[in-house]
Design a protein around this ligand. Structure first.
Ligand code: NAP
Length: 479
């Protein structure tokens, strides 16, 4: 921890908050304070904005190849430091080290992907219908951006935004979640080492998100907000962006249905359920929230899932052999326990888990509930914990209707061996992504994002960079 930066990163320099404020970063496995980091206020945000605005013009003119090579170098540095970054992430966020290493690789991959995209920004042109006028199309960076990230994937949610912003030629201010600032600060140090010019990336850690971000969004100098977090906060930020007509990308919450048909391969379905439910201890926007299982296979599916979940080892993420770390904080754990309590009161059967353990740390056991009443609160709340809630269904129309009966639409999972049914049901689901006989959809080369109240825009894939680019059309009459 001794080498990890703990100050704000503004204009290429490490600085304290103007008023000297700091905030603690806690270890969710022990509840102990790991360290203190700078706690920025509005004045620091303005300095970061000044730095981003000042750097924008020169950065936009930088050769795409130069931007690409900075990203490529940063990708290599991240991989070289996998163990160091994984330990940092586990200590501030709790996920087991093996998962943290996986996230480091996933996060780095966004830099490699966008280093390749930086040199493929296209334009266009052509003869207009009158035959006389020509058009030239060029693509330009949207301008200084504000990037706001959540705590659940402390490194990857940052690189998924920073990668395309750098590739497109945008400058930026990153505001990470207050629970997990250290991964973002370590990332800033790596980008500086990789040659990123001063002012292109500024990192503002703060416990005063509203006070820091609102003036930036309303002020007219920030041209783009890229936000990942809950739907409620996203909605609030969209309203703030309306005033200065700030462009937005929104990666918001989910309420993923996980559908197991009677013709599914149950081994594949249970493997998929373990991934879709237990990645990141269930603290993922893509986490399966509602398991709809055909009545003819529900007993067998529930039994096998409970067996697998019950065999997982719970403990501090730094300990060897641990599969499930602590939840992010006491409030997160209390919410999970309340949702389980509500479901049980309404008649759910606990197949495994379901009891909050004693002792330090925010641990919650892997839990499987069956016979869940559709009116239970966890049906329309992101559980964000290791709890699988199983309901039954009888036919395809019914399950599609119930799966779509939610304001969210991020991802859905479908398990069936029938090709017709697989395609038919996937196309009928109101979601941005479908896992077909798989519990994992995230991939830097694929467009990630949702429909309905799960968000606007896509991150990653060929289209990820578009979120940070504008078209400029040049009208050229030829005499
Ligand atoms: P959150 O409470 O919405 O916070 C997300 C970020 O927004 C944090 O940095 C937070 O800082 C900041 N924030 C909160 N209020 C703000 C305000 N008024 N102005 C500016 N920033 C503000 O979400 P979370 O609990 O950290 O993360 C979990 C949520 O993220 C879940 O809903 C999950 O589904 C979603 N998520 C979505 C995706 C996706 O790609 N779709 C990926 C990961 C997570 P403070 O904590 O200081 O308020």
């Amino acid at each position: 921890m001794t080498d990890t930066p703990t100050q704000l990163f503004i204009g290429g320099a490490w600085v304290d908050a103007a008023d000297g404020a700091t905030m603690s970063v806690d270890d969710p496995a022990t509840g102990e304070i790991l360290c203190h980091v700078a706690d920025a206020g509005p004045k620091d945000a303005r300095l970061a904005e000044d730095a981003a605005v000042a750097a924008q013009e020169a950065w936009a003119r930088t050769a795409p190849r130069a931007r690409s090579e900075i990203l490529r170098r940063a990708y290599e540095l991240i991989l070289e430091r996998t163990d160091e970054l994984a330990h940092l992430m586990t200590s501030e966020m709790g996920k087991p080290l093996a998962e943290a290493r996986g996230e480091v690789a996933y996060a780095a991959e966004f830099f490699r992907w966008f280093s390749e995209e930086a040199v493929r920004i296209d334009g266009g042109g052509g003869v207009l219908p009158d035959g006389r006028n020509r058009m030239l199309l060029s693509r330009r960076p949207v301008g200084p951006c504000l990037l706001i990230t959540p705590w659940n994937f402390p490194l990857a949610m940052g690189t998924r935004k920073i990668g395309p912003a750098i590739a497109a030629g945008c400058t930026m201010i990153l505001k990470p979640a207050p629970q997990t600032p250290l991964s973002s600060l370590a990332l800033a140090a790596i980008l500086k080492e990789a040659g990123l010019p001063d002012g292109v990336l500024n990192v503002v850690t703060t416990s005063r998100a509203g006070e820091v971000c609102e003036p930036l969004l309303r002020g007219g100098r920030i041209r783009k907000l890229s936000f990942t977090g809950s739907t409620n906060v996203g909605r609030l930020l969209l309203a703030q962006c309306a005033e200065a007509v700030v462009r937005t990308s929104m990666e918001l919450g989910g309420n993923a249905p996980f559908i197991v048909f009677e013709d599914a391969d149950l081994d594949v379905a249970v493997d998929g359920a373990m991934l879709a439910k237990m990645r990141n201890m269930g603290e993922a926007c893509t986490a399966a929230n509602r398991f709809f299982v055909h009545h003819s296979v529900v007993e067998e599916f529930g039994r096998r899932l409970a067996e697998r979940m019950g065999a997982l080892v719970v403990g501090p993420g730094t300990r060897d052999g641990v599969d499930v770390g602590p939840l992010i904080d006491a409030a997160g754990r209390a919410k999970v326990a309340e949702l389980v309590g509500d479901a049980v009161e309404r008649g759910a059967r606990v197949l495994v888990g379901g009891r909050t353990p004693e002792g330090p740390g925010c641990f919650y056991p892997p839990t499987v509930l069956s016979d869940v009443d559709p009116g239970s609160r966890l049906m329309d709340t992101e559980i964000f914990g290791p709890v699988a809630a199983i309901l039954t269904f009888d036919d395809e129309d019914e399950v599609v209707r119930r799966a779509n009966d939610t304001p969210w639409g991020l991802v859905g999972y479908v398990f069936t061996e029938g090709l017709d049914r697989a395609l038919r049901v996937s196309e009928r689901l109101e979601v941005g992504m479908v896992g077909l006989n798989t519990g994992l959809v995230s991939n830097p080369a694929a467009p990630f994002g949702g429909v309905k109240q799960s968000g606007l825009g896509r991150e990653g894939g060929r289209v990820g960079i578009d979120e940070f680019l504008e078209y400029q059309y040049l009208a050229v009459p030829v005499r």
